[in-house]
Design a protein around this ligand. Sequence first.
Ligand code: NAP
Length: 477
Amino acid sequence: MGVLRLKKHLFIGGQWVEAKEYRPLYSPYNNELLAEIAHADGQDVDAAIEAAEKARPVMAKMPAHQRAAILEKLVELLKENEEECTKLLALEAAKPWTTAKAEVARTIMTYKFAAEEARRIHGETLPLDAAPGGEGRISFTIRQPIGVIAAIMPFNFPLNLVAHKVGPAIASGNTIVLKPASQTPLTSLFLAELLQQAGLPEGALNVVTGSGAVVGDRLVADDRVKAITFTGSPAVGIGLRNKAGLKRVTLELGSNSALIVDKGVDIDSIIARTVTGAFSFAGQVCISLQRAYVHEDLYEEFVEKFVAQTKTLKLGSPLDPETDVSAVINPKDAERAISWIEEARESGAVVAVGGGRDGNIVEPTVLLHVHPKQKVSCQEVFAPIVLINKISSVDEAIGYVNDSRYGLQAGIYTNDIYTAMRAAEELEVGGVMINDIPTFRVDHMPYGGVKESGIGREGIKYAIEEMTEMKLISIKK
Ligand code: NAP
């Protein structure tokens, strides 16, 4: 199986289907042509929904051990093809080799969790006689698959975030129409090959590549699609929800994640990790560390050591295992990042390191004294830019963190348990990481945001709740 077969077709009903139109896919790093990708039209999307609908009863009736076995087989195939998956991620997303390898390892864990969860989807018994009139009954709930699920994906974790939708959907007996981001279709198409080898029935997974607006509009308008699970930008996600009517909608959206560093913290022990949190995959991570609020007692030391560590990062080709930071996803995003840095600088921010670009690589940039109304603070930068501001108390920092449209995850380093617990309760986010960066995630924890960071939770068990209907059964004795 070659990594790249130049022309990439649609995957519908277990077949590779030719589209009427193909669009070139270029490397974000050096603009090299990677493949020609099918550009689906409305009819193709209809065919994919039709195939998923046809496979629905097959998946719904499949016993749990068989669904688990398919996912276990996929885990084995991913392990065998680890190198190929890493290469595809490095090519299509310009993800540095080591970071891409880590994503493949996480993807394997995610499907392992999905295989395990497939075996333990169950309901509960209910004491109906707790209410007058409920006597003489045995009652319990079951969870049934919701049906056809449309999964719309972002570019930044093309393998593992797909796993967060495909894994729980298969585990819970659903069928899927998958729309990868236009820049990163290769890993999804490769996944389709692997799942076919793993024995997934035809039509249970369909991959439709093409324009987000065309494919998305068709998916959201079709009554056969029972749920939309979307990961991407708030603007697109909110637009989808507004059109979704009574469909179940899960939205995993953006953020401007923040970290608080309290007085008394040992700076040396947290510097490497905080720098990784800010610049991993060039900051194109939904929980990337974008805002650091550091206690005034430690501020100078933190900035000095953070900047020194940032200067050690190696910029370069995603295929080089030594590279820490490579290109951002497209030239427009590189331009946008630089213009936001300039805007902050003009309003009085200090550029402590970085601020420039080389082609599509934006230098890891540290900004100081940034006003909260600057875009680099109040919007999602999604580029290798972090601001470090001085605070005089944790309470002041909590105010800054919460002064945001977003609320995905936040982190606080502190030695004081009372401060930690106060922050945990008061921070308006989906997850608080005490003594860690906001960027921490393992794949079975409940994950999702509040405010414009989204609705619903992923992390296999929690995604399965979103992808199943609870049914009550009451037996009168
Ligand atoms: P994006 O531009 O919103 O694209 C996401 C997906 O939506 C792509 O497949 C895109 O297709 C599609 N799309 C575009 N317009 C659409 C429309 N009108 N209707 C339906 N679908 C449409 O996001 P991105 O730039 O790929 O990803 C970055 C964003 O994802 C960031 O905001 C990041 O924070 C967020 N994110 C969140 C999480 C989380 O778990 N909370 C995780 C990762 C990323 P095309 O590619 O064809 O345009």
